[in-house]
Write a new protein. Sequence first.
Length: 130
Amino acid sequence: MAGIWRLEAYDDLDEAGRVSTGPLGTRPEGLLLYQPHGFMSVSMMPGDGPTAVADFMGYAGRWRIAGGQVVHEITVASHPHLVHSRQVRDAVLDGDVLTLEGTSYLHGRPVRRRLTWRRVPCSARPREDS
């Protein structure tokens, strides 16, 4: 799973499994970086129109795989309530598509969220100057 991933979709799922647009709108932008040595970083924002600082979401810390889940142990975050938290996501890797699902709590109510990521190919990454 180590690598660089671009966000393709950020959806909310209701109790019946119906999909609705997530908090970042219909065209979310985001990058997820999983380093092979266990560090990670994610940055996300709405991609359809002007955004404000409040619309940005990001965090960084350590990551590990535990069974069919990925665990993010957050060190720094744009939202203070995430600092020093552990975010556990169900993870499905299908070729170059990574799907992460987890439950967030909004106003005390659980919300199931699904984020779909596509691996950024090595050829799309900048080369280092020698």
